[in-house]
Design a protein around this ligand. Structure first.
Ligand code: PLP
Length: 293
């Protein structure tokens, strides 16, 4: 079956879908994006993803290209046309097409809007979660507004490649004070020796992961002790567990950091439990309109 992409109002064969060479997303990374999990053909946490998109757009001083309910309808249509049962849907909004010049186009031009979707076999994630993953650490060399979900991801790309070359699944960024910020496309968590679940506060130094937010609520519902505070690599090493969260990986146990095995080298019970109950706590199957009624 051929894939379909949504590009600026049209549904096109994926292989022939393209944007203009002077699209500001292409020229300057002047664009923001969202990735939403698709489970059983339904969008997971669509409302929160679209709320975060609204925030990212406002931080880069862009208007919403469509009402969030209309965006949700396009996301679902792309999922439907691509017959994605399980996978991800990707949305990107750019500041549009204009002669290459750094300031915003004046007068304003129409924003660019693209949506794609692809299937992911859920068995792959399950298998990875059964064994746990390895991560490496690398200095956080990103700009100071990574809470904006911008498509400017070159440091993330280089970090992930470094991880792959080291035989690891992902990379964790470390700030100038030796605290972990987050993964190159995930949020980072530990369970301390005392059993406290810790993740970095959602300031400007991390992306406010939707999965992170749902996991925080889930952990509190389960009566776990949770602290939103910074943590160091030393705490990762002395802790009971570590894991990452993202829409594409869900809760994924980390069993090795910089080549060093954590604890007994097996996924821990907290990460495993949070992964298994995650979808009971996510807004799974509801859409933006139902969330805002
Ligand atoms: N941190 C970064 C840098 C990311 O790129 C992502 C997801 O792409 C996340 C965290 C996790 O966010 P979410 O749970 O909303 O997918």
């Amino acid at each position: 079956m051929s894939r379909i992409a949504y590009v600026n109002g049209r549904y096109l064969p994926h292989g022939r879908a393209g944007v203009h060479i002077e699209d500001r997303g292409f020229q300057f990374a002047d664009a923001v994006y969202e990735v939403c999990e698709v489970k059983d053909g339904l969008l997971v946490d669509e409302g929160r993803h679209l709320q975060r998109l609204t925030r990212s757009l406002s931080e880069i001083r862009m208007a919403e290209p469509r009402h969030p309910a209309a965006l949700g309808a396009i996301l679902r249509e792309v999922v439907r046309r691509n017959r994605v049962r399980n996978g991800i849907v990707y949305l990107q909004v750019t500041r549009g097409v204009a002669p290459r010049n750094h300031p915003f186009p004046n007068p304003e031009v129409a924003p660019g809007l693209i949506v794609t979707a692809r299937s992911i076999n859920p068995a792959e994630g399950r298998e990875r979660a059964r064994t746990g993953i390895a991560v490496i650490t690398t200095p956080d060399n990103r700009w100071e507004r990574v809470d904006i979900k911008s498509v400017g991801l070159l440091p993330n790309v280089l970090a992930k490649q470094k991880a792959r070359e080291a035989g690891a699944f992902g990379a964790w960024f470390i700030d100038e004070n030796d605290y972990i910020t987050e993964g190159s496309s995930t949020n980072a968590w530990i369970v301390t020796g005392e059993g406290v679940l810790v993740t970095r506060p959602a300031d400007h130094s991390i992306l406010r992961g939707v999965t992170r937010m749902v996991v925080l609520e889930t952990a509190e519902d389960l009566g776990m002790t949770v602290e939103e505070r910074r943590f160091t690599l030393a705490e990762v090493r002395s802790g009971r567990e570590a894991f990452i969260t993202a829409s594409s990986t869900l809760v994924m146990p980390v069993v090795k950091v910089d080549g060093e095995t954590l604890g007994d080298g097996l996924p821990g019970p907290v990460a495993t439990q949070l992964r298994s109950v995650f979808h009971d706590h996510a807004d799974y199957g509801r859409n933006w309109a139902s969330l805002t009624k």
